[in-house]
Design a protein around this ligand. Structure first.
Ligand SMILES: Cc1cc2nc3c(=O)[nH]c(=O)nc-3n(C[C@H](O)[C@H](O)[C@H](O)COP(=O)(O)OP(=O)(O)OC[C@H]3O[C@@H](n4cnc5c(N)ncnc54)[C@H](O)[C@@H]3O)c2cc1C
Length: 435
């Protein structure tokens, strides 16, 4: 029996591990089962007192898993769901289902590594074969013009090198359906397929704020509807570079990040749809710019691959020694949106009420917290980790380091927040919405 252990790869197409698991099982008359664990540690409080996953992302995740179960049902692959630690669940399944092979997307950050090591060192796991794949990137590590260890420090050098030797793999097709017998586990009372509720995860239910700039559901179907709207129906993609610094409404940017973060859509799937759009409708600087931003996403993944746990250290990858403070009052004012800047306050109220904040907003509130108030940037990053719908460890810690002067920015950057507010919210409509 093959097990596909889903984590941040919650889709059935363009999924190397799932495709290989099904293919190998079909050739050997074997079976395939999927697994997702709601790891209780992901909902605990972190060392600053924030819940590691707040209700907005948890709700989005539940919707994503419902959608994934539907996708997998089409190919007769049951998705087992447990609210427990993987190192408890997986060895049990290995023994009760005689699992020989586990397929999963590679993760290398600290917590993911610890959990995976705990799973693989549990009793009865020695004979199980692990198959890891790298579907989270736009540019596969084997197709880069350098090894991840040779990654340039500055994004522009990374971008220039990649653009000269450009190769994006075609998405892996969704597997052909397994034999109907493969579905049998789904009907067995011995195995759990039911999703927990928000309350069971220790979170409160909520009504979405009608002002949200991200009023969308989780799951691949919703991601595809978003592309349909943003690319094909409105052709907003042809204006992307001009509008991407916006703050208000659903259409100033693609809003694809939450689906990309949990893998309900892959960057390759987005890329190949941009290519189709460019061929059939229009290609301009704006359409290319969405690819450019996907490269930033890759860049931060490669930064964390190269630098490992250093992305979580106060000095960042530059090992800079600034004077950092940890003032609980400063933190409270920032979180509650009660600082001296109404622009910072509006953005902080938006994230607290919805789990969303624009890129322009994120840069400003991070710069305020880390550079202007000189607060330990990792506390700000942890707050974002708790609340963001699109939390992704690499992009979050990479961008926080960058904006705090300890990351990949060659300039010592600090935002002039009044100026930013006047530039991007001249008529104050954004601030009026949230304050
Ligand atoms: C302090 C800070 C923290 C951040 N934390 C996260 C995070 O946890 N998860 C996350 O996905 N993004 C993070 N970002 C990056 C960026 O703000 C979001 O990706 C973007 O706002 C998402 O909106 P969008 O999908 O409409 O982006 P678009 O502008 O439409 O861009 C398309 C895609 O490109 C990628 N992208 C765009 N900008 C960046 C960037 N600066 N870094 C990495 N990828 C980028 C995203 O996948 C995005 O979905 C952070 C930025 C800052 C300044």
């Amino acid at each position: 029996m093959n097990l596909v252990w889903f984590r941040n790869d919650l889709r059935s197409s363009d999924h190397q591990g799932l495709a290989e698991a099904c293919d190998n099982a079909q050739r050997r008359s074997g079976k395939v089962v999927g697994l997702y664990c709601f790891d209780p540690r992901h909902f605990d409080r972190d060392r600053y007192g924030f819940r590691r996953t707040e209700k907005y992302r948890a709700q989005f995740l539940l919707e994503t898993l419902e959608d994934l179960q539907r996708q997998l049902a089409v190919i007769n692959v049951p998705l087992l769901v447990y609210h427990d630690h993987p190192e408890v669940v997986i060895p049990d399944l290995v023994s009760s289902l005689a699992i020989s092979d586990i397929y999963l997307q590679r993760e290398w950050t600290r917590d993911e590594r610890l959990v995976q090591n705990a799973v693989m060192s549990a009793e009865g796991m020695a004979q199980v074969k692990l198959h890891e794949s790298d579907d989270q990137f736009l540019l596969h590590p084997d197709d880069l013009p350098f090894t991840p260890q040779e990654l340039p420090r500055v994004f522009t050098a990374f971008r220039n090198a990649c653009e000269q030797q450009w190769s994006v793999r075609a998405p892996v097709p969704r597997p052909t359906p397994m034999h109907a017998e493969n579905w049998a586990l789904a009907t067995s009372p011995d195995f759990s397929m039911s999703l927990p509720s928000l309350e069971q995860l220790g979170l409160e239910s909520f009504t979405a704020d009608p002002r949200s700039a991200f009023p969308f559901n989780g799951g691949g179907a919703a991601a595809q509807r978003r592309i349909q709207h943003y690319f094909w129906e409105t052709e907003n993609l042809t204006r992307y570079k001009q509008t991407r610094d916006g703050l208000l409404g659903i259409d100033y940017s693609s809003k694809l990040s939450p689906w990309l973060a949990n893998g309900s859509m892959s960057p390759r799937q987005v890329y190949w749809q941009i290519q189709e759009f460019e061929r059939d409708v229009k290609a301009n600087e704006d359409t290319y710019w969405l690819v450019f931003e996907l490269l930033w996403r890759d860049f931060f993944k490669y930064v964390s691959l190269k630098h490992g746990d250093q992305i979580f250290r106060l000095g960042g990858i530059l090992e800079k020694d600034y004077e950092w403070q940890r003032d609980p009052r400063e933190l409270e004012l920032w979180i509650n949106g009660e600082t001296e800047y109404d622009f910072v306050n509006a953005n902080m109220r938006e994230i607290a009420a919805t789990g969303w904040m624009s890129n322009r907003g994120r840069q400003n509130v991070a710069s305020y917290f880390a550079r202007e108030r000189q607060q330990d940037w990792r506390i700000g990053a942890a707050y974002f980790e708790s609340l963001l719908l699109d939390y992704d460890v690499h992009s979050n810690y990479g961008n926080w380091m960058y904006n705090s002067g300890v990351g990949n920015d060659p300039r010592d950057r600090r935002f002039d927040i009044e100026r930013q507010a006047n530039l991007y919210d001249a008529d104050k409509r954004y601030r009026q919405l949230w304050l």
